[in-house]
Design a binder for this molecule. Structure first.
Ligand SMILES: [Zn+2]
Length: 80
C-alpha cells in the first residue's frame, strides 16, 4: 500500500504543497497538479490544503462539464 502525491505550487510564495491520494496507482508517484491523473484529482476534489509557508489555503475543485466532442468529420460529398 502507498499513495500518490500531487504537488501544488503556492501562487504567493512558490512553496511546494503536497497532497496525498490513494485513488491512483499508489506507487508513490509524484505528479504536478496539471499532470495528475483525473482519477486522483476527482478523489481530491473538495479537499483543502494549506501552504505551510505563507498560510494560503487552496481548495481543489474538479468540475465535469457536459460537452459534445466531434470525433469524426462528415463524409465529403454528402448531398443530404
Ligand atoms: Zn504560500
Amino acid at each position: 500500500m502507498g499513495f500518490d502525491t500531487v504537488n501544488i505550487i503556492c501562487y504567493f510564495c512558490n512553496n511546494k504543497i503536497q497532497i496525498q491520494s490513494k485513488a491512483g496507482e499508489c506507487k508513490l508517484k509524484e505528479y504536478d497538479f496539471k499532470d495528475a491523473p483525473d482519477k486522483i484529482l476527482v478523489d481530491l476534489s473538495g479537499s483543502e490544503v494549506k501552504c505551510n509557508c505563507c498560510g494560503a489555503i487552496y481548495k481543489i475543485e474538479t468540475c465535469t462539464i457536459a460537452k459534445i466532442d466531434l470525433i469524426k468529420s462528415p463524409l465529403m460529398g454528402c448531398s443530404g
